[in-house]
Design a protein around this ligand. Structure first.
Ligand code: FE2
Length: 256
């Protein structure tokens, strides 16, 4: 089984590069399951129902989220129409499902989304307690966890603690791809997959605006950068017989 996961998709240019390459990536790599993180897809914060539909039309199987899940307020009214989206299981707002069970290549796959604790204010419980709850409610063959968290140490600790699970634990949220992908026990692991968004930016936001705000202390709007985008993701291969990860390969398509 081959799983394609794309990291935090930021704004219009991030969405467009995903729509441009998704089909090609799936076909060239014989992908069975496509998962994307959509928590920044609507102007950097949250997702809209329209964008959700676009992801589904482009063949996405599951959309994971993060601390910005409910940044677009009207999304709550559309959740019943968004069965392929999951919210972080331990998000402080409990409006939607925190995991999704799928059948893929004859195996049950549990896809879940969990918020880390360090520098994260929207988590209702620790990542470990959340994962333990998911495991107590499921008996899946394979687990795929999008661990949406700020620090590499917390993500590494989490992955080591759960390394006997078959599947993958992939980090999101920092928007910068790390080069530490590896097989850890029965898992495929990477501390952060990186974003799909404008390359010349501060993790997707406009550079000049950030200088104005952070360096000069001026009040600014939340402006998403415009320009050529980078696409970051991973391809994970699972041995269906052993129900273990066998490889993880980084993808990073830079515009120049
Ligand atoms: Fe985030």
């Amino acid at each position: 089984m081959k799983i394609l996961f794309l990291g935090d998709i930021v704004g219009r240019d991030g969405r467009n590069i995903v729509f441009e390459y998704l089909e090609k990536l799936r076909l060239e790599n014989n992908i069975d399951l496509t998962i994307v993180n959509g928590e920044n897809s609507a102007h950097g914060k949250g997702i809209s129902y329209k964008i959700y539909e676009q992801f589904i039309e482009h063949g996405v199987d599951v959309i994971t989220m993060g601390n910005h899940t409910y940044s677009k307020k009207d999304i709550v009214d559309h959740l019943t129409l968004m069965p392929k989206m999951i919210q972080p299981y331990n998000h402080i707002l409990q409006y939607h499902q925190g995991y999704l069970l799928l059948n893929c290549q004859g195996l049950e796959v549990c896809v879940t989304n969990i918020l880390g604790s360090a520098f994260m204010h929207d988590n209702a419980m620790s990542a470990f307690k959340a994962m333990d709850e998911v495991l107590s409610k499921t008996k899946s063959d394979i687990y795929f966890v999008d661990l949406h968290a700020e620090t590499t140490a917390e993500k590494l600790l989490f992955a080591n603690y759960y390394k006997e699970l078959g599947g993958a634990i992939v980090g999101t949220h920092t928007h910068v791809q790390t080069a530490d992908e590896r097989i850890l026990g029965n898992l495929a692991y990477i501390s952060d997959v990186g974003m799909c968004g404008v390359y010349d930016s501060i993790i997707g936001r406009d550079v000049d605006e950030m200088i104005d705000n952070i360096v000069y202390g001026n009040k600014t709007h939340y402006t998403i950068a415009k320009g050529p985008a980078i696409l970051n993701g991973v391809i994970i291969e699972i041995d269906e017989k052993d129900k273990k990860a066998v490889s993880i390969q980084r993808i990073s398509l830079k515009p120049y």
